[in-house]
Design a protein around this ligand. Sequence first.
Ligand SMILES: Nc1ncnc2c1ncn2[C@@H]1O[C@H](COP(=O)(O)OP(=O)(O)OP(=O)(O)O)[C@@H](O)[C@H]1O
Ligand SMILES: [Mg+2]
Length: 235
Amino acid sequence: MTTIATDLALQMERVSKIYSVGDAQVVALDHVDLTVDADEIIALVGPSGSGKTTLCSIAGGLLTPTDGSVIVGGQDISRYSPKQLTRFRRESVGFVFQTVNLVPFLTARENLLVVDEIGPRTGRRARDRADQLLDELGLTDRSSNLPAQLSGGERQRVAIGRALMNEPDLVLFDEPTSALDTQLGDQVVNLIRHEMKSRGTAAIIVTHDDRITHYADRVARIVDGRISDPGARDD
Ligand SMILES: Nc1ncnc2c1ncn2[C@@H]1O[C@H](COP(=O)(O)OP(=O)(O)OP(=O)(O)O)[C@@H](O)[C@H]1O
Ligand SMILES: [Mg+2]
């Protein structure tokens, strides 16, 4: 019986994920336990193929675990139906991936508002929030640009804004700085930190970037689908 602690952003208990490929089975996550406090930033590090993207996808309701329980902001999503998961994704989590998936024919501002069309905010409130986020992200004078008319760092900032539109409990970042040069990477790192801490939003950031592991509240290491010493502080 799982106790649901609502002061945690994420509580994963004995989560396993087995992918079937033809006759073969790949154990991507092997009984992972991970908790993230409501305002905690976790850096998730590990070699290629160790299960980082799988873990984020499960925490964000994009994939269902083979076994174990996943509780996000008090919601036990491990037994949600596909319909419940769709609703959960648009209302409770934000995603920022390495390759930014902005809608190419929408402006920066419209890329934030598109979240709203499927989410809980509507009309004026949504527009105000989009404008406030664009301002915080330093994008006000780029808000009418299409993604192709933005730099890599600006696109990444739009993606961060979009992930924050629905005021999520948890934001999942999968290598958010790996495609950026040093200077843009610095900007994006500082921005993520500022946005998460000023809102008290929890985050898991998959990264090899020392700047991020340095400022994270905790570093979780994953090898072969297992998290080593999930409670260890890195400082
Ligand atoms: N859809 C899938 N079907 C089958 N196997 C998969 C699938 N997705 C991932 N895997 C396998 O599961 C394991 C974990 O993959 P995952 O993408 O989570 O790793 P990762 O830590 O994110 O790696 P990287 O750092 O390269 O992005 C790998 O062995 C991978 O080959
Ligand atoms: Mg990955």
